[in-house]
Ligand binder design. Structure first.
Ligand code: NAD
Length: 300
């Protein structure tokens, strides 16, 4: 991006992928004065973006034309690779910032980064932490992979959609941070659930166990910020029947990406492997749409 924040009204940003996450993110950019040329394969998603102040584009290629930056927020690596190679590379002007905010595999992120830079683009991988509510509220955390210069260029744009923009390292480092973080969360959530279940079987009241463990060495985010036991700890999806929140299917997607990365690098991840098995079986029992903390039900 060039110029100061006051020039935002003149800036054209392409946005491809207006689903649960991208819809809110694009709306926040529009609300902050960016001219957002938005595209999604879904007509409904496109109509919602238009109602939120974006300008609908006829294709991903059209969204990229004349844009200073193009953001992608798509389901997986294959979608991002197709859009970057077939729509953005041939149609965006050299020097354009290409920022992928989807959660994808590190290898694809690095390959796309190299191809983009070779064509004269500035590229970052910038996956997010925070769910649909944070995307809508503009309070996402962005973990950014790319050169110092690319990060400096991307930061003000990403800051318009989030509360924190952190430089993780070189190309792919944003995805690496995202996958390692979510792998830790998956394992710690399962551990939290089994600890509550054991305490209960031993006759402990869950609230009493929470009061003790939350100020003892077992304390972790899965317990004290997202407690999987209904009625215990701050409000969480457990208190609304595990509806909303972060779907088990999405947690499984991130776990599989983490295990893939572990296999590729020879990293040992036995806890993540077991967590993936447990989430696979939980999802296959009709729970793929439930929040991932719903796995508590399996242990109770
Ligand atoms: P989603 O399925 O709601 O949205 C994806 C959108 O991409 C859809 O609207 C789809 O029509 C569109 N799309 C697919 N292929 C396209 C193409 N070729 N051109 C244009 N549009 C195309 O998914 P989401 O929940 O918004 O997630 C998006 C990304 O963010 C994923 O990588 C996900 O892992 C990640 N993520 C999601 C959450 C969450 O809580 N939902 C949190 C963090 C990260």
């Amino acid at each position: 991006m060039t110029g100061g924040a006051g020039a935002a009204s003149a800036r054209r940003v392409g946005f491809v992928g207006l689903g649960n996450m991208g819809g809110g993110m694009a709306a926040n950019l529009a609300a902050r004065g960016f001219k957002v040329a938005a595209f999604d394969l879904s007509a409904e998603a496109l109509a919602r973006a238009e109602a939120a102040g974006c300008v609908p584009a006829a294709s991903a290629a059209a969204a990229a034309e004349g844009a200073e930056a193009v953001i992608t927020m798509l389901p997986a690596g294959a979608h991002v690779a197709a859009v970057w190679r077939e729509a953005l590379f041939p149609n965006a002007a050299p020097g354009t910032l290409l920022a992928d905010c989807s959660t994808i595999d590190v290898a694809t992120a690095r390959a796309l980064h190299a191809e983009a830079v070779a064509r004269g683009f500035v590229a970052v991988d910038a996956p997010v932490s925070g769910g649909i509510a944070a995307a809508a509220a503009g309070t996402l955390t962005f973990m950014v992979g790319g050169s110092e210069a690319a990060f400096a260029r991307a930061k003000p744009l990403l800051a318009a959609m989030g509360k924190a923009v952190i430089h993780a390292g070189g190309p792919g480092a944003g995805q690496a941070a995202k996958l390692a973080n979510n792998m830790l969360l998956a394992a710690s959530m399962v551990a939290t659930c089994e600890a509550f279940a054991l305490a209960e079987r031993l006759g402990l009241d869950p609230q009493r166990f929470y009061d003790i463990a939350s100020v003892s060495s077992g304390q972790c985010w899965a317990m004290t910020s997202y407690c999987p036991v209904p009625g215990v700890g701050p409000a969480s999806p457990a208190d609304r029947g595990y509806q909303g929140g972060f779907a088990t299917a999405l947690m499984l997607k991130d776990l599989r990406l983490a295990l893939e990365a572990a296999a590729a690098t020879g990293a040992e991840t036995p806890m993540a492997a077991r967590a993936a098995e447990l989430y696979e079986s939980f999802a296959s029992e009709g729970n793929a749409g439930l929040d991932f903390s719903g796995i508590m039900r399996r242990f109770r």
